[in-house]
Design a protein around this ligand. Structure first.
Ligand code: 5RP
Length: 226
């Protein structure tokens, strides 16, 4: 599995050129990409490439690996964003947010000229929600009210816990995460919009119609979906 992640991360480097502003995703697959990107920058095979991190995790990794970082408010445009995903359906709709970084990820990936997704073949599903719940970032005081609201969608939502001792997971934005399991997601775009209409919801982990290219690591090699 790690080798499949490494192989898509290596393939993603082919999309990066000099002078690019690159959105840096969060998670274990993108971590390889950041490491390899840093290597190319340090070896001066890429020049004037800057990363816009989607999380503190991505920011620290970038700095550790020699990728210069800039904030979203310091750039005019993002040429390409590279990130992992938890599920990908046949229309390239995604579920993201196991790493709780979904809000900044969506802001940056929506803005990017190209959004390149890196997954291994285990992430491919026929319908979103088949394997993983939909993460929803919520204002902490509203978590319980929102969990109840979500039942209207024929779903159940659980507050994501760091551990019993440490309490709820807190996002980079100081919010909580609800993990919502839906009976069946027929229209991801519609659900994405509906969830964001609930007061107190900051963002949700359905990324409908945002991905441009998905690189899938398989045992037979890297496959490209678009
Ligand atoms: C973080 C994410 C990650 O991209 C997603 O969870 C995939 O992570 P990994 O590459 O470790 O499987 O959405 O919020």
């Amino acid at each position: 599995m790690e080798e499949l992640k490494r192989s898509v991360a290596r393939e993603a480097l082919k999309f990066i050129e000099d002078d690019m502003i690159v959105g840096l995703g969060t998670g274990s697959t993108t971590a390889y990409f950041i490491e390899y990107l840093g290597k190319l920058i340090m070896e001066e095979e890429l020049e004037d490439v800057y990363g816009v991190p989607t999380s503190y995790q991505a920011r620290l990794l970038a700095l550790e690996n020699g990728v210069p970082v800039v904030g979203l408010d310091e750039v005019d445009a993002i040429d390409i964003a590279v990130d992992g995903a938890d599920e990908v359906d046949p229309y390239l709709n995604l579920i993201k947010g196991r790493g709780a970084a979904l809000t900044m990820e969506k802001i940056i990936e929506y803005r990017a000229g190209t959004f390149l997704v890196l997954v291994d073949e285990s992430k491919l599903v026929e319908r979103l929600g088949q394997k993983v719940p939909v993460p929803i970032e919520v204002i902490p005081a509203a978590w319980r009210a929102i969990a109840e609201e979500i039942e209207v969608f024929n779903a159940t939502a659980e507050l994501r816990m760091a551990s019993k001792k440490d309490g709820p997971v807190v996002t980079d934005n100081g919010n909580f995460i609800l993990d919502a399991r839906f009976h069946r997601i027929d229209d991801p775009l519609d659900l994405e919009i509906e969830l964001n209409n609930i007061p107190g919801v900051v963002e949700n982990g359905i990324f409908a119609d945002i991905a441009d290219i998905v690189l899938v690591g398989t045992r037979e090699g890297v496959k490209r979906l678009e």
